[in-house]
Design a protein around this ligand. Structure first.
Ligand code: NAI
Length: 246
């Protein structure tokens, strides 16, 4: 039951970071992994790792169906959709310009929603009687912090989207869950990692006394994609070294 062998998985944002680690983890466990990238740059290195690259910018959701169709034509189904692509910002709330706000909302929230919708419709079209969605949210969808107003808002929205879709699509045998990472060592947190004082302050508050690694997120994704989590929907798993438990 804890197997994802031969499952067809589509993950957004696999060029690096958490998305890449999740893609690798699924390949290692025998899944057939399609991963979205925004341009050709990472194509060859992904292919070397047996991750099938798909060019797709999640803000371009008008072409979501066209993007997923070739996978359906080849594999007949997608067993699990993982919405991982995301962007953050350190802009103070008082200084945000509309363009940046729109970009974060389109990437983190609308991008995830429209892929969920497209996935649901295509599973129906191809007469697949189930579906499984994992949204990568954030602990900042649960709590707030400095300089995270819009990012935090989109991640909270992703969590509520997860719960609402779980209810709305339960009759169609779809499960929809989320993962909330804490501070993970990726390009997204590079600025924080470079600022020794800030990093130490964050570490002081993390009971496990270290930042997370992208690989720390993989186990939860495998679990949620596997049949071991078959009675679980509308939930989130927090992976933050204990930061938000106090
Ligand atoms: P990252 O910046 O290393 O990677 C983000 C990935 O998303 C990249 O592959 C990038 O190309 C892709 N991406 C960004 N905009 C895109 C778009 N419009 N279309 C397609 N792909 C796009 O970041 P990281 O840390 O790996 O983040 C992955 C997810 O985890 C994000 O949703 C992020 O919000 C979430 N997260 C990260 C945390 C961290 O501490 N690193 C903490 C909590 C959540």
């Amino acid at each position: 039951m804890f197997s994802v062998k031969d499952k067809i998985v589509f993950i957004t944002g696999v060029s690096r970071g958490i998305g890449r680690a999740i893609a690798r983890g699924f390949v290692e466990h025998g899944a057939i992994v399609y991963g979205s990238i925004r341009n050709e740059q990472y194509k060859d290195e992904l292919l070397k790792e047996n991750i099938y690259p798909v060019i797709y910018d999640v803000r371009n959701f008008q072409v979501a169906e066209k993007t997923l169709l070739p996978i359906y034509e080849k594999e007949g189904r997608i067993d699990c959709l993982i919405n991982n692509a995301g962007i953050s910002s350190n802009t103070p709330a008082s200084l945000f310009k509309e363009e940046e706000v729109r970009k974060i909302i389109e990437t983190n929230f609308e991008g995830a929603f429209f892929l969920c919708q497209t996935y649901y419709k295509l599973q129906k079209k191809y007469k697949i009687k189930q579906g499984n969605i994992i949204n990568i949210a954030s602990i900042l969808g649960l709590v707030g912090t400095m300089l995270a107003s819009i990012y935090s808002g989109t991640k909270g929205a992703v969590l509520q989207l997860t719960k609402s879709l779980a209810i709305e699509w339960a009759n169609s045998n779809f499960r929809v869950n989320a993962i909330c990472p804490g501070f993970i060592e990726t390009d997204m947190t590079e600025n924080m990692q470079k600022r020794e004082e800030l990093k130490n302050k964050i570490l002081e508050n993390i009971p496990l006394k270290r930042l997370g690694k992208p690989e720390d997120i993989v186990g939860a994704a495998l679990f949620l994609a596997s049949d071991y989590s078959s009675y679980m929907t509308g939930q989130y798993i927090v992976i933050d070294g204990g930061l938000t438990c106090q």
